[in-house]
Ligand binder design. Sequence first.
Ligand code: SF4
Length: 408
Amino acid sequence: MFKYQALSLLYMTTADNFEGLNAEQVLEAKALAKRIIPLREAQFTSTGHKLDQHPDMIRDLSNKRPHIVSAHIMPTDICNLACSFCSVADRNSPYQKTSVVHSDEYKRAPFLDMETEIIPAVQTLKKWGLQAIIFSGGGEPTFYKDKKGHNFADLVRYMKGENLEVALINNGTRLGEMPKDVYEALEWIRVSWYPFEYPGVYNKDLNIPKPGPNSTLGYSLVVTDKPHKDFHMPLEEDPLFGYYVDAVKMINEHGKKAGAEYIRLVPDCHVAGEQHLMLHRVAQALQDEIGELVLYQQKFHRPPKQCFNGYVRPVIYANGLVFPCDSLILNDSSDRRFHPKYAMTDIKNLDSYLEGSVGNLKSLISNTNSMCPKCVFYENNTLMGQYISGERGVPNPAPEPMIHKNFV
Ligand code: SF4
């Protein structure tokens, strides 16, 4: 079991002010500035603390060169479930929403092609430093199958053959069928649980194999104020705690038997301001009540001054576009999907895009306040900006090594 060792804030707050933020955002920015991160949260989630563990990346950014440490690949848009809280809208009917401007990219099939898209992109990213891949969605990554029949196992075996670390964020419904060599090759596996809308799936009998000797298994549950699609009004704090507590206890018992190391409770990041802080209080109260595997994640919104995330940890989505992060779908103007207006480039032009950015690592989002008011990577972007400007260099002495350090 990991110790709850507190980690200090990463970015300087002395000159911090909340200029340009509205009242809701100031509330969250203040909470963000006060948070103390337990070591366990820094290890198992992306808080920015792992960035300092990559001196080559810091040097490259200071020389105005991209340096990719890890990348998300979201290989398909297809899912077997349709949870109402899901961060991505309209799975299984990709690109049909009328409010999306249909581009050529959005008329394609809802998966990436392994030979002509994924492999060339991975080779490009390796050239720029890539060490780790996270498969996630979008859709459910284990449903991946391209036109030539390549499936998820083929993807994992290919990445391992390239000496990459591989992780998987998934809904847990297909892990029991996964070939053992593939399952055990995963550095970490995170299963998103949602027992309220799918009680027949997410219960004590859900088949999650024990992790391999070198894998970390974790569970995740979104704490949302409308925890079932039939709720039209948000629940208040006490009823919400009451609604979740037995489910989290059940997941905790399941996790102990399955060999999970944590159950991440993440407040629903579609909700902002005081309502979001309320969800944080509920998640904290659930952690206090149940303890054991429960890990409340302190994720707050704040738009960064500039966005550099895609120069270090880009996201390749099933629509063939490359994005600066996996959370831009939280922003209202994203239409709850990986909208082309947030794209850095398309998968075919990734190498020339990165080459073209050398010497000029400009912000990947032109106006972060208007486009990304719900950014959850304020610290990551602030740190990257400090590396680029030279304000922050390679730490000396080097920080204590952290597990999963390549999953920045
Ligand atoms: S500024 Fe926007 S694109 Fe960049 S990390 Fe934040 S949400 Fe993602």
